[in-house]
Design a protein around this ligand. Structure first.
Ligand code: C2E
Ligand code: MG
Ligand code: MG
Ligand code: MG
Length: 286
């Protein structure tokens, strides 16, 4: 009986493995197709500058508009793209599309908006990210200060010294660097001090517990203090409530990003959104 059971679970195991492998193959083909068929799209989430009360930057967030399955979130397909070796091509598309959009907004007469692009570890390891970025900026005639790269702590773990070099070169040429999801990784203060980032994004997990957990407030105060001492701006991400907003503003955050300001929106909606929201915030006295 035991033997039979063992054999059965082995058969199940094989069938599952086969299914998983087949599914992986299908998804990786679908991702390739998606690039060719232009099924990816960038949405933009505004960041509010608390010092000026204006929206002068936005984060580009990729979406996959699948012809049958509808909108697929990056949390699902970016890790797969990384695993299947497609992240360099998808990442290159994101950089290209962001720069193209910046130049289009300018052509439409919109006030300049800095766009932040998320990077994956694989793009630093397997792509010449410096050349990629500089070439794309010049292709669209975009000034480097209008592009920001969001890098996570875990991204640079693989080869911190190489990462330092690449990001320093980009930063020397005017490209902004931000540390994303700060507080969830393992970077040391000494590395942080040497890293050429101009902004630090406090991870949503600290923002979430803010109103009811005094510990989180202390962490945020500490992060703000270190960041400011190192000459970095602080962005709070995932801000959803007015309580969180007030606490973050009163404790020194420089930028607010989150559903309380706006969800990520289509490129075509952003100009209207900015005009409308600045009027609204102005009236509220923010
Ligand atoms: P992230 O860079 O930390 O982006 C923040 C995520 O939080 C986004 O999810 C955003 O839509 C969401 N968010 C913003 N404000 C709020 C809020 O107030 N409440 C809640 N609940 N969520 C909020 P999204 O767009 O699903 O992206 C998830 C992650 O996927 C990103 O995290 C980033 O790591 C990755 N990603 C997105 N676009 C790209 C890309 O073009 N390239 C790469 N390599 N990764 C990307
Ligand atoms: Mg980000
Ligand atoms: Mg983040
Ligand atoms: Mg995050």
């Amino acid at each position: 009986r035991a033997k039979e059971k063992g054999r059965n679970s082995f058969a199940f195991y094989c069938r599952d493995m086969h299914k998983t492998q087949q599914m992986r193959l299908e998804i990786s083909n679908a991702l390739r197709q998606a690039l060719e068929n232009r099924e990816f799209e960038l949405h933009y989430q505004p960041k509010l500058n608390l010092h000026t009360g204006r929206i002068s930057s936005a984060e580009a967030l990729i979406r996959w508009q699948h012809p049958e399955k509808g909108m697929i979130a990056p949390g699902f397909f970016i890790p797969l793209a990384e695993e299947y070796g497609l992240i360099v091509d998808i990442g290159a598309w994101v950089i290209d599309e962001s720069c193209r959009q910046i130049s289009q907004w300018r052509a439409e007469g919109m006030a300049p908006l800095r766009v932040s692009v998320n990077l994956s570890a694989g793009q630093c390891r397997r792509d010449d990210i410096y050349t990629r970025v500089m070439k794309t900026l010049s292709l669209y005639g975009v000034e480097s200060k209008y592009l920001e790269l969001e890098v996570t702590e875990s991204m640079v773990l693989h080869d911190p010294e190489q990462a330092l070099q690449v990001f320093r070169a980009l930063s020397d040429d005017g490209v902004q660097i931000a540390i994303d999801d700060f507080g969830t990784g393992y970077s040391s203060f000494s590395y942080l001090r040497r890293f050429p980032s101009k902004a630090l994004k406090i991870d949503k997990s600290f923002v979430d517990g803010l109103a009811d957990d005094i510990g989180n407030l202390e962490i945020i105060r500490a992060i703000v203090s270190v960041a400011h001492n190192l000459g970095m701006r602080v962005v709070a991400e995932g801000v959803e409530t007015i309580e969180q907003f007030d606490l973050l503003r009163d404790n020194g955050c420089d930028y607010i990003q989150g559903y309380i300001i706006s969800r990520p929106v289509r490129a075509s909606e952003i100009a209207g959104f900015i005009v409308e929201s600045e009027r609204r915030l102005w009236n509220k006295g923010v």
